[in-house]
Every structure is written in C-alpha cells, then in structure tokens.
Design a protein around this ligand. Sequence first.
Ligand SMILES: [Mg+2]
Length: 164
Amino acid sequence: MLRWLRPTAQVATVYDIDLLALRERGIRGVILDLDNTIVPWGARQPGPELPGWIAAAKDAGFRLCIVSNNMGSRVTGLATMLGLPVVTGALKPRRKALRRALSQMGTTPDATALVGDQLLTDILGGNRLGLHTILVRPQSRREFPLTRLTRVVERALLRGRRHR
Ligand SMILES: [Mg+2]
C-alpha cells in the first residue's frame, strides 16, 4: 500500500519543476491539481506567476489539463482564465477523471505527469494509473476541513519515510 503513496518526485512549488528534465523523461502531458497546487485554496484569481509558467510549459510542448475534486463556477472560471481544459468533481484518487484528462491531452500514462499537494488524492490516484507523480507543498494553510484530517495521516507517512 505505501508504495502507492510515494510520489516520484517532491518539489516546493510548481515553479520548481524542471520542465526540460520532464521532457527528457518522455513526459508530454501534465495534469495539474488546482487548489493549493497552482492557486491557494479557494482562490478566484491566479497568482501573477502562473500565466507565464503555463505559457512556458505550452511553449516547451506540454499539454496541460487541470483535474480538481472541487467544482463550480470558481473552478471552471479559473480554467478559462488560464486557458486550460479542466475536469471538475474528479473524485481523486479514483482514476476515471485522470483518464479523461489523458484523452483530453492525447497522452499515455507513461508520458504523463501529475502535480498535486495531497498524497491521499493526487499522488495515490496518479500512482494507481502509472503516472509520474510530483508532490508540491500546499500553497496556503487554508483547506477543506476533511483535508486537515488527512494531513495528519500524510505527515505521519512522510515522517515514516524519512526514518526508513
Ligand atoms: Mg489540492
């Protein structure tokens, strides 16, 4: 079970991802979690750095797709502002929405990375589908109340890993 929760890579923020290294690994598509991964939780506007990063990723030849467990006009509005396709109400760690993102991007699991801030939804779902999973630190301390509970589990898992 634990190996399913182990991200392929860990970075501080989405901006720390080495896009060229991903390309060299054969990655062509990147699934992006929304809240606390590319925007602070519950944000209605993207931060100033995000549009430039998205443009750079597209210029480097990556297909991008947002996959969020959240839904509603805030989520679709952000995707429109960023010019990205989105799958909402994704129910990660279930794989169905992730597969939809792959068909949207036209990529296979071995050519797709997933960036997310949660082990039990993003990383678990991505690993189950065989994606290259990248864990980022949450952008804000605000989050869905249930998430605060799973963070306790997450911290214990990450601590356990360091001691191994
Ligand atoms: Mg998130």
